[in-house]
Design a protein around this ligand. Sequence first.
Ligand SMILES: [Zn+2]
Length: 114
Amino acid sequence: MADDEKPMAAVIDFATAGVRAKDGPPLTTTYSLGCRHKHSVIDKRARSVECRDCEASLDPIEVLWYLANHYARYHYALDQAIREVRKMEARLKELKREERNTKARIARAKRKEH
Ligand SMILES: [Zn+2]
């Protein structure tokens, strides 16, 4: 299989991956290892998208789909976190009220002792 026929889904750069030849300069050869194309670069002029890590040309619709799903999951998680924070704030307010009441009861009990 020629290099340009290899699936781009699996190309890494040895130099950026920190792989070096023994007693030599960093290797610059690319080799298939399974890039998941998590970082994309948009070329607005060429109206194309490529993987920042392996430079594979990506389907813009697939990237848009991934980003839309990622964005939806992010917002769901953010909503959940906000709800949890509000619950914790309400609980903290309740605990502070209980603390004030307990301190007042202790102070009354001490006054009765004297
Ligand atoms: Zn990639």
